[in-house]
Write a protein that binds this ligand. Sequence first.
Ligand code: ZN
Ligand code: MN
Length: 159
Amino acid sequence: MQRRSLGQPRLDGIPQAVIMQMLIMNSLRWTRQRKLILDALRGRKDHPTAEQVYHDLRAKGTTVSLATVYRTLRALARQGLVRELHGEGPDRFDPDTSPHYHFRCTRCGHVFDVAVPYKDELDQVVVGPGFVVSFHEITWEGLCPSCRGREGSQNDEGR
Ligand code: ZN
Ligand code: MN
């Protein structure tokens, strides 16, 4: 047995083949998880949170942690494969990466696509010298039909 100093873990004692195998296993796992999570999001129009995607996967019998789902969704967003939506509450994810606008319900947090054509000309805005626009985003806010319905009935009861 070779003597190794404590503290810093060293890779030089590990055979190259083992390191290669570890890298391959890791990237296989990553590829599988990525595909699984992309598939879970694909076709969805409701802009789910990482937690919703996680619950869906669990319901289908997939064992994956919430942290992995979140980390993977963020990574997919960085790679431009999904769109990440920020706002109040947890981040939401959109499999539709084409330019389009959103409506966010301020009560339940649900995000809906808005059928307003994307206005490329808004990218021509001049912010000031040295600024370059790469993208613009418009999100309308208000109440969705089901929250509006609930609000109505609450008001009726309360008054
Ligand atoms: Zn709502
Ligand atoms: Mn959308």
